[in-house]
Ligand binder design. Structure first.
Ligand SMILES: Cc1cc2nc3c(=O)[nH]c(=O)nc-3n(C[C@H](O)[C@H](O)[C@H](O)COP(=O)(O)OP(=O)(O)OC[C@H]3O[C@@H](n4cnc5c(N)ncnc54)[C@H](O)[C@@H]3O)c2cc1C
Length: 462
């Protein structure tokens, strides 16, 4: 049996930087990956989708939007093979770069294979090439991420449905794409494929799209997608799938209590993700999971078994790359730099990369209401933002929740061009304690989007 100081399971967004840092600190470390270095983000998530979002934006401009800027584009063509190749090149560069970074690190071994526990701190790896190997270490870090959740809907096993992973292998544009689930992943793919030329229909079980966001955000986003000819049905429970004789898929759904039928060429399941914990055989260690299989951790990311930690998506909670990365810094710095970091109250910024983007930080209006806080709302339509007018995209609005007494910003939502970047400016203000009455008079470069933060907070003038 191989003896290591540290074992890292999963070469994802927490696992790779953690393993490198442990090895550089002199710990004999092994990192085990069953598939590709970089995990979901690099191979099936952020990187490929944002590469495609860029191609979709180019198609959207060519299809007519550039006309309004005085540039006429005739006879444009969406070349899905080239779009695919561009995405694959970006992914491969990142994947192989990450792999080389591991291979070049002293004290660090990379094994390709599936890991599972066979004893409290004993791991068995079924190597992708070669037989099984066993190893042990005092410190074990689980970063196995998540995978698409597939619902049990009648007929689903009889159709070739797509997931957020398999849709990235399509080298042709679906004629009719039906997306089940109108949340971040479904919205990004739905808009992207509509721009590539698919007729997109979205079915959302909830009463509105983007269930976690304020009502006005969801309504505005719904309107934006509807203007792009995407059909969205809410209160729509998908009840069955059937293959037709012509090779299409018939989808039945209960919409506002009434049965409806749709016919499409492709179905994308975008209803959420489940943790990759099944194969880990956690019973052998006593590590506890919740009723959905996510690993339970304390605020320092340690499981109920001393020396075994879980990081990233596999522990539940917000599933983002920057959170997985922050998990690694918490765990590493606590263990090796005598820090006392926890996940409690850490900022949670995120961005939905639709066009326009939705950048979010802090609490929203709904939460402020629920918590009975004394708050005020500052709101500015993008149509009042000079930069947005010049660029030719005035969809959406900026919105901030503030404390009228301390004048602190409690949260913000920016639905607009570069919404993620504008949100980050507000995040910096929140973290640095810069109050809204100061931002009102900050000197920003003209004409940037952020300059309009002056006006956003002017709206709060007594
Ligand atoms: C379509 C899509 C778009 C996304 N876009 C964004 C975005 O724009 N911004 C953002 O912040 N986040 C985005 N995310 C989420 C982001 O990708 C994840 O939050 C992030 O990758 C989580 O990192 P992780 O380290 O927890 O796990 P992962 O990156 O998933 O890595 C886990 C790794 O563990 C490996 N593994 C699993 N089980 C085993 C085992 N038993 N043995 C060995 N190896 C194993 C897996 O193969 C995988 O490589 C997106 C996700 C999807 C699906």
């Amino acid at each position: 049996m191989e003896q290591y100081d540290c074992i890292v399971i999963g070469a994802g967004q927490a696992g790779v930087p953690l393993a490198k840092k442990l090895a550089k600190a002199g710990k004999k470390t092994v990192i085990i990956e069953k598939r590709y270095v970089g995990g979901t983000c690099v191979n099936d998530g952020c990187t490929p989708t944002k590469a495609w979002v860029a191609s979709a934006k180019a198609a959207y401009m060519a299809a007519g939007k550039s006309d309004a800027l005085g540039v006429k584009i005739k006879g444009y063509k969406v070349d899905m093979r080239q779009i695919m190749k561009r995405k694959d090149d970006i992914v491969m560069k990142s994947r192989l770069g990450g792999q080389k970074g591991i291979e070049d690190t002293k004290n660090l071994t990379l094994l390709f294979g599936e890991a599972s526990f066979v004893g409290p701190k004993v791991i068995l790896v079924e190597l992708n090439e070669g037989g099984p190997v066993e190893m042990t270490a005092d410190l074990i870090f689980i970063d196995t991420g998540a995978k698409p959740l597939i619902p049990e809907i009648e007929g689903i096993k009889d159709i070739d449905y797509l997931t957020s992973t398999s849709i990235l292998e399509l080298d042709e544009v679906p004629k009719q794409l039906l997306v089940i689930g109108a949340n971040y992943i479904g919205m990004e793919f739905g808009q992207m494929f509509s721009r590539f030329g698919s007729k997109v229909t979205m079915l959302e079980k909830g009463r509105r799209i983007l269930a976690q966001e304020d009502n006005d955000i969801a309504e505005e986003m719904h309107k934006i997608l509807a203007e792009e000819n995407i059909d969205i049905y809410v209160d729509a429970k998908t009840t069955g799938f059937k293959k037709t004789k012509k090779g299409k898929i018939k989808v039945t759904a209960e919409i506002k209590g009434k049965e409806e039928e749709f016919t499409c060429t492709h179905v994308l399941i975008g209803i959420g993700r489940v943790p990759q914990t099944e194969a880990l055989n956690l019973e052998k260690t006593g590590v506890k999971v919740d009723d959905r299989g996510f690993i339970k951790v304390n605020s320092k990311l340690e499981t109920n078994v001393k020396g075994i930690y879980a990081l990233g998506d596999v522990k539940g909670g917000p599933a983002f790359t920057h959170i997985a990365y922050n998990d690694y810094t918490i765990v590493y710095r606590n263990l090796f730099e005598n820090a006392r970091l926890t996940t409690t109250n850490r900022p949670l910024p995120y961005c939905m990369f639709t066009d326009p983007q939705l950048g979010r930080i802090g609490i929203d209006e709904t939460t402020a209401q629920k918590q009975g806080l004394k708050y005020k709302i500052a709101k500015l339509p993008m149509a009042h933002v000079a930069r947005a007018i010049e660029v030719g995209d005035t969809r959406g609005f900026m919105k901030a929740v503030v404390d009228p007494e301390s004048k602190k910003i409690l949260g913000a939502a920016v639905l607009g061009s570069e919404g993620g970047e504008i949100m980050s400016v507000l995040q910096m203000a929140m973290e640095g304690g810069i109050t809204y009455d100061r931002i009102r008079y900050c000197v920003f470069a003209h004409p940037t989007y952020s300059e309009s933060l002056n006006n956003l907070f002017m709206a709060l003038e007594p």
